[in-house]
Design a protein around this ligand. Sequence first.
Ligand code: C5P
Length: 238
Amino acid sequence: MTDQSSLPIGPRVIVALDLSSADAALDMARRLDPHRCRVKVGKELFATGGPLLVARLRSMGFEVFVDLKFHDIPHTVAGACRAAAADGAWMLDVHASGGRRMMEAAREALEPLRARPLLIAVTVLTSMDDADLAEVGIAASPEEQVLRLALLAKDSGMDGVVCSPREARLLRERCGPGFVLVTPGVRPSTAAADDQARIATPAEAIAAGSHYLVIGRPITQAVDPVAALASIIEQTVS
Ligand code: C5P
């Protein structure tokens, strides 16, 4: 849970624990320091570890981004957000393309909570490029589509959005300083892009105005994940 008025606070790197079992995720988490990073539980891990895993990570001192990218009718998404908040999520997300009513329902579901999680909306997945958007019937460029969805998300009561570092500068200008920008698609210059299409280095992401960097494989698949995280953190401090 977060004091919404003073972002970003605490660690800015969120390690994506995209591992296939709860045990593997907990092993990785044991090597990490909750004072140095937050962690993200995505779909694969949540499907296997569920709320219990989120609770275990929290008991180790981690703030947990429960990244389930809800996208459904408003009533269903509202219930899902309420449940994820009850699991103790520090941050949770929905798809902005679910539209205004869906995002407003998510926000209203969390409003009564005393300490609610940050609620952010995914704009365009960082794995998608122009051709991918065209194929699903979106004629806009990724940047245009991200801006459109970010403005809609802000207007619908979201605390921020997930975007690629390449759009962070534009969104920082257009959405203001308090709007949370969470950027996956971050790669140290020596790392492989993997399946990410719109990438930037940690330093570039921070300079562009990103609050939080979501980084998975460059840390979790490194020979020495602790050293990889330390090196990335160093690159985020100017
Ligand atoms: O391993 P890598 O650093 O590419 O992991 C990025 C993480 O961020 C993955 O868990 C992925 O699901 C998540 N993510 C993303 N693009 C988004 C939203 C979340 O890559 N738009």
